[in-house]
Design a protein around this ligand. Structure first.
Ligand SMILES: [Zn+2]
Length: 380
């Protein structure tokens, strides 16, 4: 067995720190130590039990951010893991452990990429790391907060790479250039309970709801665009009834969720839903929750550099992807920053026996280095 590569060694060290959201468990301190040795200035923007590291090198332009999170999701039943999720283990060319793919390997690959880059080329521009321990939870005090601080200081990063697991079947086959927004609603329709034999003495909320659901389901919210599929609404829960077959209930409850593209906004969707509700329902309550704005990065130098780097190192033509859930890139993009997510294969994230290919670790690090060299150095 050969010795661990630098990226594998650092990924192992990070996995062995039990960093369940929002506990960073010393991951940022470890990374910060490595960055400080390279001359980075460390600034701790901790808040509400969340660790946030903002580390910068150089005053020049352009400014590139390397971003990620140290927190991991819970393991699930330990007895179902083939090895301890916080004791990294390599088996058959795969590194196992919680956070192996999401996203301690991405962070390790970024740190090692910068270490090599600075040893090889003078930097034209500046580099920053934005690392948080609050991505997998509510994500209120992590990247979102640091982005607010940057905005208040008038800092407008030119580029950002988020090291989330973006790849599908092979490392580098996909980069994420946008994400849909998420908007949900708990709707309660009020009526009046009564005997089914005397409907004129009751007010059946299910009957009031029926045309509302039909209309919501039939509505075309938008047609999508070249980068996104059309906005979709899904009704995920409908509850009504007392259980008795001769009683009209007093209330009916519905839960629905929009996954929306950049052709709509949360406000426009809410207004259109309320127009439908107001037309059909005399009494209702709509309780909205908005968990993410959509973003789509512009087609600029970062995507160009990312595709060229991936092509050079893996031979693949990376597909630009906008599917999946939400990520912290949504907080960075509004700073008018070009942002892409590039990272390992995502098929085991959040699962039992999460893993990453050992070979991919060093390849990913070389992809990051190549992108940085194209945008901030002298790419040969
Ligand atoms: Zn993640």
């Amino acid at each position: 067995m050969s010795a661990d590569s630098p990226t594998l060694a650092l990924t192992r060290e990070l996995i062995s720190r039990r960093s369940l959201t929002p506990d960073d468990a010393g991951c940022c301190a470890l990374i910060g130590e490595r960055l400080a040795r390279l001359g980075f200035q460390l600034e701790w923007l901790d808040r509400e039990g969340v660790t946030n590291l903002w580390a910068t090198l150089g005053p020049g332009s352009p400014l590139m951010i390397l971003a990620g999170h140290t927190d991991v999701v819970p393991t699930g039943p330990l007895e179902r893991w083939s090895s301890d999720p916080f004791q990294p283990q390599v088996r058959d060319g795969l590194l196992y452990g919680r956070g192996a793919a999401d996203m301690k390997s991405g962070l390790a690959a970024m740190v090692c990429a910068v270490e090599r880059l600075l040893g090889e080329t003078p930097l034209k521009g500046s580099l920053a790391f934005l690392i948080t321990s609050d991505e997998e939870g509510m994500a209120r005090h992590g990247t979102k907060y640091v982005a607010e601080v940057l905005r208040a200081r008038g800092i407008r990063p030119d580029y950002a790479i988020v090291g989330e697991a973006s790849s599908h079947l092979r490392l580098g086959d996909r980069i994420v250039v946008g994400r849909r927004g998420s908007l949900g609603c708990n709707l309660r329709v009020h009526g009046r309970q009564g005997h089914v034999a005397y409907p004129h003495k009751a007010d059946n909320p299910i009957h009031r709801l029926a045309p509302v659901l039909a209309e919501l389901v039939a509505t075309e919210w938008d047609r999508g665009n070249a980068s996104f599929p059309p906005t979709s609404l899904q009704i995920s829960n409908v509850h009504a009834g007392t259980g008795a077959n001769n009683v009209n209930p007093a209330e009916a409850d519905v839960v629905f969720n929009f996954r929306y593209c950049t052709e709509s906004t949360a406000e426009s969707l809410k207004a259109r839903v309320h127009a439908v509700l107001d037309r059909h329902l005399p009494r209702y309550e709509a309780d909205w929750w908005h968990t993410g704005e959509p973003f789509l990065t512009r087609q600029g130098r970062l995507i160009e550099a990312a595709q060229a780097a991936i092509g050079e190192i893996t031979g693949l033509r990376a597909e630009q992807f906008t599917g999946g859930g939400t990520s912290d890139a949504r907080f960075i993009a509004p700073l008018d920053t070009e942002v892409v997510e590039i990272g390992p294969i995502n098929d085991s994230i959040h699962k039992i026996d999460e893993h990453v290919s050992v070979e991919d670790l060093e390849t990913l690090s070389r992809i990051y280095q190549n992108i940085l060299a194209r945008l901030l150095g002298t790419h040969r």
